[in-house]
Structure formats: C-alpha cells, structure tokens
Design a protein around this ligand. Structure first.
Ligand SMILES: Nc1nc2c(c(=O)[nH]1)N[C@H]1C(S)=C(S)[C@@H](COP(=O)(O)OP(=O)(O)OC[C@H]3O[C@@H](n4cnc5c(=O)[nH]c(N)nc54)[C@H](O)[C@@H]3O)O[C@H]1N2
Ligand SMILES: Nc1nc2c(c(=O)[nH]1)N[C@H]1C(S)=C(S)[C@@H](COP(=O)(O)OP(=O)(O)OC[C@H]3O[C@@H](n4cnc5c(=O)[nH]c(N)nc54)[C@H](O)[C@@H]3O)O[C@H]1N2
Ligand SMILES: [Mo]
Length: 642
C-alpha cells in the first residue's frame, strides 16, 4: 500500500469494544482525515469523540520517536542497535532464571500480530501477570451463570420491546451502542437506566433508578423477591435453572424494605423495575455496564442482574438477553503467543505493588508493552516505587508515560493506522483488518518487528513465525469465511454466529442449565471518616491515560451531588482535598445534579506526573471473582485545604 493513499480502510486497535472499521483519507495537502466505515455493520459510518482526535495523538509533539536509554536521572536518545543490545544482554543473563523476568502486557494495542511479545516471553518461560484491571469480574460472573461468555448480536436489539441500561455510560464509553439505543427509542422502545447517576445517559433514558454505588445486587434481589412471592416465575424457566430453591429461601430470609434501603431505592423504583422486566413478552434486553463489577462484590452484582433477567423470562430468545461482553478472540485464532510456553509464575496485576515488593526471587527484568501499569494499578505511588526497584525495566510505548519515565530503556512503537493487524471486538462479531496506512514517525517501529529483532539477538535466539502465517492462521476459524486478500481489501468480515445467545435456554454448563447465584453478601456501611465512594469513570475524549499533559492543568475536577452532606462543611469556590487511607490530592469540586449523594465522581487516566492520578487514592483490593481491581469500592472524604 502506498505511504499516503487517498482512501484506505483501517481499524482502531485500541482497547475499546467498538473496534471500529475506519475510512482514512488525505486531502490535497496530504492532511489526513478519519471517519467510521459506513459499510461496517457496527461502526455504521460513525466514530466516537476520542477516535476523532486520533491524529492529535499520532502527530503529538511529545511523541517518542527514537529509542531512549537511561543515563543517570535522564533518558537519552540511542540507536535501536544499542537499545535492543542492552535488552538482549540482560535477558541472556537471566535465561536460566526466567521467573526473574516479568512480562506485563496491557491491552493498549490488540490483534493477532500483537501477540508477539507474549510469544517471546512465554518461549523464555518468563513470569507474567494474572487478574485484570478491566472487565474480568463480570466475565467470571457471567461464566458462573451461563457457563461461558456469550451475548446476542447487537442487531438483535431491534427485536427488543424494552431496554434496561443497567450501568452503561452510553455516550462516554459505548458510542455505537448509544446510536442503536437512540434508534430504538425513536421506534418507541422505552429505556430504563439504572446507575448512581452523574452519567451522560439522559438523552437515552425514559425512566431512571438512581442507586447507591456497589449495591445493584440488592435492587435485583428486591425485584426477584416480589416475583418469587407472587409465584409468577414460569415453570419452564425454573426448570432451566439450578439453585432455585436455595435462591428462594435466601430471598425470603430478607425484608424488602432492607433490600431497598441498602441500595437506596424507593418502592416506586421497584415498580418501575418490575414493569420493565415483566410485561414485555420476555423481550427486555439488558445492557450491563462494567462499573458495577469494579466493586468488591462486583461479580455478585452482575450475577443478581443475570438472575433477574433469567427468572423474568428474558433470556434465551430474540429481543431479550444480557449484554455484558464477549471474548475479542472468539472469532480469530490468536493463540500462537500463548502456545509458546507457560509462565514460570504469575503475579496478580491489581495487587502488583505488593506482589513486586514480596516477589521471591525478586523481579530483575520487566518488559512492559501496551500498558501504563504504574499509573493504572491501585496504590500507584507504591507501585511506582516497587517498579523502580526492579532491576532493569523496558517499556515499549509512544509516549513518556508514568511507566516509561521510570524505565531503563524506552522503545518507540508504531500506533494505530501505522501497524498492521487483524482483531476482533469484545462487543460484536465482526473481525477487522487494521492496515498500516501511514509510516510510523522517526525511528518508531511496529511491536512485531521490535520483538522479532530482539528474539534474533538473544544468545539462544527465539524466532517468530512469519507475519503472513500468523495473519492467515488468525482468520482460519470455523466462524469466518474470508481470505486474507479479501479481508485486506474490505477491511472487515462478519463471523457466522447465531444472533440469539443461549437459544431455547440451553446454557454452556455441562448440565445445560443456568446456575443461579447462591449468596447475597452484605455491603459494608460507609464510615464518617470516609463517607464517599470514589467513582473514577472513563472520559469521553480520551482513552484511559492517553491524554495530553495540557489537558491536566491546575487541579482535576471532581463532582458531588448537590445534596451530598459533605457540602455542609466545604466551600466549593475554593480548592479542596480528596483523602483516602492511601493518599490525598488537591481537587476542584463541582456539583452534579442526579449523582448519588454517597458518590464522588472523577475522570480516570490522570498522570502521576501531573498530580492527577486517582490511583494514588485507591487501595489494592480484589473483586469477589475474576481477580479484578475493585476500584469503586474505595471510599474517600473531601475536606478543606488549610
Ligand atoms: N482508577 C481507575 N483506574 C482504572 C480503571 C478504573 O475504573 N478506575 N479501569 C481500568 C481499565 S478498564 C483498564 S482497561 C486499564 C487500562 O490501563 P492501561 O492499558 O494501562 O491503559 P493506558 O493507560 O491507556 O495505557 C495503554 C498504553 O498503551 C500504549 N499504546 C497504544 N498503542 C500501542 C501500540 O500499538 N503498541 C504499544 N506497545 N503500546 C501502545 C498507549 O500509549 C498507552 O500508554 O486501566 C484501568 N484503570
Ligand atoms: N471514551 C472512552 N471510551 C472508553 C474507554 C475510555 O477510556 N474512554 N475505555 C474503554 C474500556 S477499556 C473500558 S473497560 C470501557 C469502560 O466502560 P464502563 O465500564 O462502561 O465505564 P466505567 O466508567 O467504569 O463505568 C460506567 C458507569 O458505571 C457507573 N457505575 C459505577 N458504579 C456503579 C454501580 O455500582 N452500579 C451501577 N449500576 N453503575 C455503576 C458509573 O457511574 C459509570 O457511569 O470503556 C471503553 N471505552
Ligand atoms: Mo478496560
């Protein structure tokens, strides 16, 4: 492909369920323009706000375009030969002690070729991370219920007669779902939104239930209790479940008023919820957000909502279903990286600050790619120190992130539109071809090429399979019927999958049943010392920490409800301090109508380097299942600056 084509089809390889197919054009002056591919069934010609800004990032003046090597306190430019030579020497020295090598692979870039670093470090038998900063608690919960992670094709929302948006912030994190929901509302389909409020869902909502953060399970349980007592759960649905009698006893052991009190919902909210789930002929579709699973009882929250959808007869046929997410690799074969070997040991990612401190033997070499790990894991200050103490750190990134600043070697990578790959989505069943449309700037190189060269430099070399073999294998799956040539030409291919998940209420467990949740864990009461849940939500304009420094001037803004009790002793025209047992940070406070009074809301992704990183306040705690990071269970207080 020419270096500057007038029109090319590419794809976004960033960590987002949209996984957009993109049309890239250049004007007469060579100025690039990007839009959504109108032929793609999910992208439908539209891209999100952060996507529209991608060239700001590709052409950013602070982009790293040459390898950097540490010299004392500074990082100085170096040749690839020197930088990779240093890495190879360090790896060779640890070749007999691979557990001392740690590979931290984030989801900053995705695809089949993107598995190259996993292939190399698994071949060495290096340590790896386990657990997740993202959606794993909910995935594990869905697996416990349904037996695997399946959902209806988003197109099936056309068959829904009602929609429950249970915690998705549609315009901020799920642009394309918001377009579908908008269409459905135009067609008269009512949408109920359930969240702690303060989100951007008003334009997509007919009715709202505002609940206390982290307590979704109690609201779902209150609705189920009504239905169980009324005896109106259809016998075929009960027959398709295991654990019904236990669930029934569990529900009857609670009072409705206690359940509602815990989630701070009113009896009228319960009526609304029952109306949405009960009277639509089983065609209520539930969109699950990932906020509810970023709590200690996160898996349980998801499981109770699943149970409500199931027992109200809204699972297993067109128009119903629970949309949590699917595996982005279910339609492609990208196993080559994982197949290369087994890690010597695994360290738990959400607890990494502690894991690195306690590692025995210690970690002497770290390779980070696709992650700003120091910034994004809980207890970020502690994590930064623990990372600094690891012997030798290599970070592959395009920017001097909080992680890269602490590295001994920084290797500049190509970014989206500059690297080739094939990738799937965790929201829809289309497979996208990401073309290398523009050459990377300066000396920056594709991750795959960096890893291939490093492998070749080792004293006992590790050779990667040829690129084309990896790409061809990626699409050689039972659900795709497309050649690599066709995929390159068209930009995407739609996998052949049933539109309805668990059709006929046949589930993926060995017994074929839906497994009902078997406990309702109490929610710890808020304390006077830390009376607010800290909700660190996505920003509409940026992906996680991938925002420019000049967007982080002054103090970050946090939002509280107008009826938040903290306001009684806070003057919000003056800077305040957000305090947790782990740290504190100066902030500006604004009020946000509709937000729950027990919440303080803040955009995530701010940097340690600018004092905007919320993870300095958040303790390393795991979710009940899936080893996720329970970010949203962190409680804080707001106080006056003295
Ligand atoms: N407080 C708080 N923190 C959170 C969360 C929360 O809810 N609250 N949620 C989290 C969630 S959902 C997630 S997924 C994680 C995200 O955490 P991270 O994955 O660490 O996200 P980013 O900070 O954006 O870092 C990704 C990095 O990948 C780099 N990158 C982009 N493209 C490429 C490429 O092609 N090659 C290479 N080598 N690098 C590339 C980017 O420049 C960026 O620095 O953070 C979590 N952090
Ligand atoms: N613009 C943009 N888009 C993104 C990203 C980004 O950084 N920027 N990141 C991408 C990635 S990796 C991910 S994982 C997704 C994240 O997408 P989401 O998981 O949807 O994002 P969050 O901001 O964590 O949470 C969504 C909503 O959950 C609400 N919430 C918090 N606690 C609770 C609760 O206990 N119950 C209920 N019902 N709701 C609650 C919050 O108020 C918030 O509005 O977005 C993806 N899309
Ligand atoms: Mo995520």
């Amino acid at each position: 492909m020419a270096a500057h084509p007038l029109r090319a089809i590419g794809a976004c390889t960033l960590d987002c369920p949209g996984c957009c197919s993109l049309v890239v054009t250049t004007d007469a002056e060579g100025k690039p323009h990007v839009s959504g591919n109108p032929d793609h069934p999910f992208t439908q010609g539209s891209i999100c706000r952060k996507g529209r800004r991608m060239f700001e990032r590709l052409h950013a003046p602070d982009r790293v375009t040459t390898p950097l090597v540490r010299q004392g306190d500074a990082l100085r430019p170096a040749s690839w030969d020197e930088a990779l030579g240093l890495c190879a020497t360090r790896i060779d020295a640890l070749r007999d002690m691979p557990e001392r090598i740690l590979h931290i692979r984030g989801f900053g870039f995705r695809g089949a070729l993107a598995e190259a670093s996993r292939y190399l470090f698994r071949s060495l038998g290096a340590s790896a991370t386990r657990g997740s900063l993202c959606d794993e608690a909910g995935l594990a919960a869905s697996e416990l219920d349904f037996g695997d992670n399946d959902q209806h094709a988003p197109a099936d929302l056309a068959n829904a007669s009602a929609i429950v948006n249970w915690g998705k912030d549609l315009t901020r994190s799920s642009h394309h779902l918001s377009l579908i929901v908008r269409e459905r509302r135009k067609a008269g389909i009512p949408v109920l939104t359930i969240s702690p409020g303060g989100d951007a869902n008003d334009a997509f909502t007919d009715a709202r239930i505002r609940i206390r953060p982290g307590t979704d399970r109690f609201l779902a349980a209150a609705a189920l209790r009504r239905m169980v007592i009324a005896g109106d759960i259809p016998p075929p649905v009960i027959a398709a479940c295991t654990g019904f009698e236990h669930l029934r006893a569990l529900l009857l052991a609670h009072e409705e008023s206690d359940l509602l009190h815990t989630c701070d919902a009113r009896p009228t909210d319960l009526e609304l919820l029952l109306r949405w789930f009960r009277s639509n002929g089983g065609r209520t579709a539930t969109l699950l957000g990932w906020g509810m699973q970023r709590h200690v009882a996160g898996g349980e929250n998801v499981r109770w909502v699943d149970a409500l959808a199931m027992l109200s007869g809204n699972v297993g046929h067109a128009g119903g279903g629970v949309y949590y997410g699917i595996s982005s690799s279910r339609n492609i074969d990208a196993r080559w990286g994982k197949e290369a070997g087994t890690p010597a040991r695994t360290l738990c990612l959400p607890l990494l600050a502690h894991e690195l401190e306690q590692a025995d033997p210690p970690v002497d070499f770290v390779w980070v790619d696709g992650s700003n790990v120091v910034n994004q894991i809980p207890e970020a200050t502690r994590a930064a120190k623990a990372f600094e103490r690891c012997g030798f750190k290599v970070v592959v990134d395009a920017f001097l992130t909080d992680t890269a600043r602490r590295a001994d070697v920084v290797l500049p990578c190509a970014l989206l539109l500059e690297r080739e790959d094939i990738l799937g989505s965790y929201q829809h069943d289309n497979v996208q071809y990401a073309a290398a449309i523009f050459p990377p700037p300066g000396a920056a190189r594709e991750d795959f090429d960096i890893i291939r060269d490093l492998g070749a430099r080792l004293s006992s070399p590790v050779a990667l399979p040829p690129r084309e073999d990896i790409l061809r294998r990626a699409i050689d799956t039972p659900n795709l019927e497309v050649s690599l040539e066709e995929l390159r030409e068209r930009g995407f291919s739609t996998a052949d999958r049933p539109q309805v998940a668990y059709e006929g209420m046949r589930f993926a467990h060995d017994d074929g049943k839906f497994h009902l949740v078997d406990r309702l864990s109490p929610e710890p009461a808020l304390t006077q010392e830390y009376p607010l849940y800290l909700l660190t939500v996505v920003r509409a304009t940026h992906l996680h920490s991938q925002m420019p420094e000049d967007a982080q001037q002054g103090q970050p803004t946090v939002h509280v409800a107008p009826d938040c009790t903290t306001l009684a002793h806070l003057d919000i025209t003056r800077p305040a301090r957000l305090v947790s047992p782990y740290g504190e940070m100066p902030v500006r406070v604004e009020t946000l109508p509709g937000l729950h009074p027990d919440a303080v809301m803040m955009g995530r992704g701010g940097w340690l380097a600018t004092g905007w990183c919320p993870n300095v306040l958040i303790g390393a705690r795991l979710t009940d299942v899936g080893e996720g990071a329970a970010y949203y269970s962190q409680t804080v207080r707001l106080e006056k600056m003295d």
